[in-house]
Ligand binder design. Structure first.
Ligand SMILES: *Cc1c(COP(=O)(O)O)cnc(C)c1O
Length: 406
């Protein structure tokens, strides 16, 4: 007999660092989930930009089950076939010549930042250790990555923090130029700030960072944990912008729901990470490799990338229509299927209310800070699910409008 469990048990048994929704999803298919009471929800959240192929995708199930019957884990004293194939896929599809695998986005950024320090120390000396990051950035929750992140709320209580990290203003090249110098080993930036409110970088800003990094022998790190694996309609957002980083971190959608992260880089930079310099027990696990290999195979296709653009239009048109009627958003922004609705003054600080009202109507949406309602659905979400989800979102918006006016 399995123990019967409910949402209340979360508050009894779990470290209270999350505040999950009042319902507990138990199964899912495509972009629809069902909870313990069999109520259905359309998924516009995508497990926070993770379930890029939706839920229970038959080919991902098959890839996982086939690998589960063969080999789960060996540790890094042995390599394995699925992870080697995945490395080759990523190398063929991107600027990368070398790949390091890990289990999450934070770990991918941790590897990227450690590589930047190590490379600079090896080639220029220990004085070249400065890292330039951006206000409102999000890079993960390890101590190094919360320190690089630009949200002091996530780091201040864990001091003392790793040093030599400074923050410039996102999309303000002059503010970055004032911090980048010959002692800078790396600049880390999200091509679209995701958690920070779905704020796309301006192309000239990323081009300017590239030039400043070249001028000062600093590495340009793109954190593509949220923007990667097709989210913007290109396999990686750097391709959309036409600015190539030295190091790229990827995770979230890479495993389609199976935990995996990766750091992509060049042969020259990778050579600083010699035997024993860095590692992780699970990184490059055959199960993760098999699933992610299938994810990349299914997503990196012109029809899927074009489909992201098509779905972007469905969302933008639907959201504009809702906004014309209800006057909620001062801006709808983002690329591909990473979309943010910025609440206007009347609703400022109330993003969470939209998220709660949506759940009530049978819809999962994300927020990005207190002022932005965020959508990061599956890249292959059906037209029917988008339509039905937008109908539910409109009802949720109406409920918030009513609630706000009483
Ligand atoms: C989610 C996210 C991370 C952290 O990834 P985890 O897998 O939660 O460690 C890092 N950077 C960006 C841009 C993210 O969106």
């Amino acid at each position: 007999m399995q123990q019967s469990v409910s949402r209340e048990n979360f508050d009894q048994w779990m470290v209270p660092s999350y505040a999950p929704a009042t319902f507990v999803p138990v199964r899912a298919e495509g972009s629809t989930l069902w909870d313990q009471d069999n109520k259905n929800y359309i998924d516009f959240a995508g497990g926070i930009a993770v379930n890029a192929l939706g839920h229970a995708h038959p080919e991902l199930q098959q890839a996982l089950q086939q690998q589960a019957a063969r080999l789960w884990h060996t540790g890094n004293g042995y390599t394995n076939e699925p992870i080697l194939r995945l490395a080759k896929q990523l190398i063929d599809a991107t600027f990368a010549e070398r790949v390091f695998f890990c289990n999450s986005g934070a770990e991918a950024n941790e590897a990227a930042l450690k590589l930047a320090r190590k490379y600079a120390h090896d080639h220029y000396g220990p004085h070249k250790s400065g890292i330039v990051a951006f206000n409102n950035a999000f890079h993960g929750r390890t101590l190094f990555t919360v320190s690089a992140g630009g949200q002091p709320a996530y780091s201040k209580d864990f001091a003392p923090l790793p040093g030599a990290i400074e923050h410039a203003v996102f999309n303000d090249l002059d503010s970055a130029a004032r911090l980048i110098n010959d002692e800078t080993c790396a600049v880390i930036v999200e091509p679209i700030q995701g958690e920070g409110g779905v704020v796309p970088a301006e192309p000239a800003f990323l081009r300017g960072l590239r030039a400043l990094c070249d001028q000062h022998n600093a590495l340009l790190i793109f954190d593509e944990v949220q923007t990667g694996v097709g989210r913007t309609g290109s396999l990686y957002a750097y391709m959309h912008y036409g600015v190539t980083p030295d190091v790229l971190s990827t995770a979230k959608a890479l495993g389609g729901g199976f935990p995996i992260g990766a750091m992509l880089t060049t042969e020259k930079l990778a050579s600083s990470m010699g035997v024993g310099t860095h590692g992780t027990t699970y990184g490059g696990n055959p199960l993760a490799g098999a699933v992610a290999g299938k994810v990349i195979e299914l997503i990196n296709r012109p029809d899927v990338m074009d489909g992201v653009g098509l779905r972007h239009r469905w969302f933008i048109d639907g959201l504009n229509a809702i906004n014309q009627r209800l006057h909620l958003f001062k801006e709808i922004r983002g690329l591909g299927l990473l979309i943010g609705c910025v609440l206007n003054e009347d609703y400022s600080g109330k993003a969470k209310q939209f998220n709660l009202a949506a759940a009530e109507q049978g819809l999962m949406v994300l927020i990005a800070g207190a002022n932005v309602v965020r959508f990061a659905p599956a890249l292959v979400i059906s037209e029917q699910e988008v339509k039905e989800g937008l109908v539910r979102f409109e009802r949720a918006c109406e409920a918030v409008v009513k609630g706000a006016s009483v």
